[in-house]
Ligand binder design. Structure first.
Ligand SMILES: Nc1nc(=O)c2c([nH]1)NC[C@@H]1CN(c3ccc(C(=O)N[C@@H](CCC(=O)O)C(=O)O)cc3)C=[N+]21
Length: 296
């Protein structure tokens, strides 16, 4: 193995420490405790993984964690009325509606009913538009976490060739916008991209966010490139299962200059950035100068 391992778990712990410092300051100087509301509808297994550590880490940094667990058969009207209630609640600074939602609920409608200033996922159309035009917004947690890791490792990203594999609204598109904001030359590749391997081979930075276990192998990687693996895939491993990314770590780490592991890479950064976004939202809501380095 030759690649540096980018330790997302350790970096996320530092981000959370910084968040905790600002939470303590908000309490002491302003008498405000940031509050994060999480809304869960039904029981999607991928969401469960996420929820496990999230509530714990929220209280660990000193914030209030408000959890609403609704049945899988919850009506759209009931969900929208809960969101309206959270929008109006001054103790709630961040709202996250866990995705995916059950099929009978319109995800776009639900997300766009969240007050944009409280949209700590950064999925509301207003925040998407603000990010796309380089204006101050709430930035989606996973791409923000990836950007923090890349900036920490490289310093400046200016002029680098970045290839984002995956075009989701949650990761691929906002990731591309953030990299463009840092003056990368950005390509968004996806399942229909022709000669995908050749496209990836041209990249100084590869962000893999396709949801296909170990799809990106070492022979796709330009020697010395930085590889950010967003994938979290549970695959069979003998009797049990194991988590793997969208990158084949064994082969890619022979070729890359730096690489994030799964687990312990991007995943912990996603949660740290959710907490960071909640502090940012709380400061903005109260006209308090927001901490530096916790957003893009
Ligand atoms: N509105 C919304 N926003 C989300 O951000 C969101 C969501 N819905 N729905 C579910 C997915 C999933 N997700 C994860 C985040 C961190 C880890 C994470 O920290 N994973 C650990 C491993 C955990 C383990 O060992 O099982 C790691 O990669 O090291 C996992 C999954 C956020 N999601």
């Amino acid at each position: 193995m030759s690649a540096d391992i980018i330790d997302g778990k350790a970096f996320a712990a530092k981000v959370r420490e910084k968040v905790a410092t600002h939470v303590a300051r908000l309490k002491e100087e302003n008498g405000i405790t940031p509050g994060l509301a999480v809304v869960l509808v039904g029981e999607d297994p991928a969401s469960q993984v996420y929820v496990r550590s999230k509530g714990k880490l929220t209280t660990e940094v000193g914030m209030n964690s408000i959890e609403h667990k609704l049945g899988a058969d919850t009506s759209e009207a009931d969900l929208l009325s809960l969101i309206a209630q959270l929008n109006a609640d001054p103790a709630v600074h961040g709202i996250l509606v866990q995705l995916p939602l059950p099929d009978h609920l319109n995800e776009d409608l639900v997300i766009n009913s969240i007050e944009p200033a409280k949209d700590v996922d950064g999925f509301h159309i207003s925040n998407v538009g603000l990010l796309g035009t380089g204006q101050k917004s709430m930035v989606p947690c996973t791409p923000l976490g990836c950007l923090m890791l890349l900036r920490d490792y490289h310093g400046s990203l200016s002029g680098m060739n970045a290839v984002v594999i995956g075009r989701s609204n949650i990761v691929g598109k906002p990731m591309a916008n953030l990299l463009l904001g840092d003056s990368c030359t950005v390509t968004i590749a996806h399942s229909r991209t022709q000669d995908l391997q050749d496209v990836v081979r041209g990249a100084d930075i590869v962000v893999a966010a396709v949801g296909r276990p170990e799809m990106v192998t070492g022979d796709w990687i330009k020697p010395g490139a930085t590889v950010i693996d967003v994938g979290i895939n549970r695959i069979p491993n003998g009797e049990k299962t194991k988590l793997v990314g969208d990158v084949d770590f064994a082969s890619a780490s022979q070729v890359a200059g730096a690489i994030t592991p799964v687990p312990g890479g991007v995943g912990p950064m996603t949660i740290a950035c959710l907490l960071a976004n909640t502090v940012t939202a709380c400061c903005r809501a109260n006209g308090i100068k927001e901490p530096k380095g916790l957003t893009a």
